[in-house]
Design a protein around this ligand. Structure first.
Ligand code: GTP
Ligand code: MG
Length: 416
């Protein structure tokens, strides 16, 4: 059965992976200003913001998610995140326990590479000043590539012999090696297609294998760069340098510590804050707007007020938000996640026939190019399905591909 998507947080020690996880979830992964604060991988549930189908069908008033929430068509869908230990140069050879930490990433579907753009931590995560973080992007990727390549080359001789003896095709041979990363034959086929190799597998040179592994890493671990610590005064020049080198679609600017701080103040009743947004109100803001009670918010002392004002100036006004929620949306985008809404009743979108029934209770995230049949198996397991209906009651074939707005509202009719 296909698994739920898993987003892995990677980066060197002290780049802010755990802070990012905590800012996106209710987790309390340990944070520290020293390398290797995290050793064991931490899983937690974050919320991905998507456009809910309820808006399209005009039933937002009845939309009641079982998990997450939906406000006027903006839905938060749970998604699993994985915080792993920091990686250092040489990780693939075991430096800093790197090969164990890389192994923790096997099942990630996309990566958020948390880059410390303050320049205050070196490649090992130790405190410094004026470090150039643009190089982190390069070496960290190369550690991942060399880890995959090392695992493959260890057995390359016997892989080749079996490949020849069984007259296998390259996709099957490679898939049997890459299945440990949660790969599928389709993933392997796509990466071989992309490089368009002519030679048979048994004649591949080391460079060719490296090319294949590079393509596989691109396919299997699409990556978003979270340029973190934008609240730091040295961040600007480092951001411009990285922005020149990378595809703008793969970059998000963020300040994880600011998001953690704002969520905590909101929980404690000092501010009103829409998570991940630019909307922040203090008691005084609300009084200025004509609410004598200041929204019931608590008064902050001068020190706290100054911190909030600084954060507004340095992060919210300059960048529009703390950026962490966008990290997740961008990761979902590079992964091409499609939200699918399984319903019992294709007219009311609820579990029952009545027009007062709660609508769109469930939403699952599937990867791009998933078929209706894949979704059926994911949700229904091995239960036999006699036919599948889409919104309004049209029959939908199992081979159809699900897309946003197309075959994304489905009802599975059980029976032989
Ligand atoms: N200025 C600033 N500091 C941050 C930000 N995010 C994290 N930090 C600080 O960076 C340090 C490391 O944060 P962690 O979240 O523990 O980093 P990590 O990447 O999980 O580190 P390891 O678990 O050791 O690999 C801590 O002192 C954090 O407070 C940020 O957005 N801005
Ligand atoms: Mg950590």
């Amino acid at each position: 059965m296909p698994r739920d998507p898993l987003i892995g947080l990677v980066g060197k020690p002290s780049s802010g992976k755990s802070t990012t996880l905590n800012s996106l979830t209710d987790a309390s992964s340990k944070v520290g200003n020293f390398p290797f604060t995290t050793i064991d991988p931490q899983r937690a549930i974050g919320y991905l913001q998507i456009d809910c189908a309820c808006k399209r069908y005009g039933v937002s008033d009845r939309c009641k998610p079982n998990y997450g929430s939906c406000h006027d068509g903006k839905r938060s869908v749970p998604i699993e995140l994985l915080d792993v230990a920091g990686l250092v140069p040489g990780a693939h050879q075991g430096k800093g326990l790197g090969n164990k930490f890389l192994d923790d990433l096997r099942h990630a579907d996309a990566l958020i590479h948390v880059v410390d753009v303050s320049g205050t931590t070196d490649a090992e995560g130790k405190a410094t000043r004026g470090y150039d973080p643009s190089v982190d992007i390069e070496w960290l990727r190369s550690e991942i590539v060399r880890w995959v390549q090392g695992n493959l080359m260890e057995r390359w001789g016997s892989i080749k012999r079996r490949h020849i003896a069984t007259k296998a095709n390259p996709v099957d041979t490679l898939q049997s090696q890459f299945s440990g990363y949660g790969s599928t034959s389709a993933t392997v086929a796509r990466c071989l297609d992309r490089i368009g190799l002519k030679q048979p597998l048994e004649e591949w040179s080391d460079e060719t294998v490296e090319q294949v592994v590079n393509a596989f890493v691109d396919e299997k671990f699409p990556t978003v760069f979270a340029l973190n610590k934008i609240d730091h005064p040295d961040a600007d020049k480092n951001i411009s340098k990285i922005a020149k080198m990378q595809d703008p679609k793969s970059i998000v600017l963020c300040s994880a510590i600011s998001e953690v701080f704002l969520r905590r103040l909101a929980k404690q009743g000092y501010i009103r804050y829409v998570e991940g947004s630019e909307f922040l109100d203090t008691r005084e803001d609300l009084i200025d707007e004509g609410d004598p009670d200041g929204g019931g918010l608590k008064e902050m002392d001068e020190k706290l007020k100054t911190r909030v004002e600084n954060l507004k100036d340095m992060v919210l006004y300059r960048f529009g938000s703390t950026g962490v929620v966008q990290c997740l949306s961008r990761a979902a985008e590079v992964l091409g996640l499609v939200p699918v809404f399984p319903v019992r009743n294709v007219h009311t979108f609820g579990a029952a026939a009545g027009s007062s029934a709660a609508a769109f209770r469930d939403c699952v995230l599937v990867k791009k190019n998933s078929t209706v049949g894949d979704v059926a198996r994911k949700i229904m397991g091995d239960v036999p399905i006699s036919y599948i209906e889409g919104a309004g009651g049209t029959r939908v074939a199992e081979e159809e591909i699900v897309e946003v707005g197309k075959h994304d509202v489905l009802s599975f009719k059980v029976g032989r």
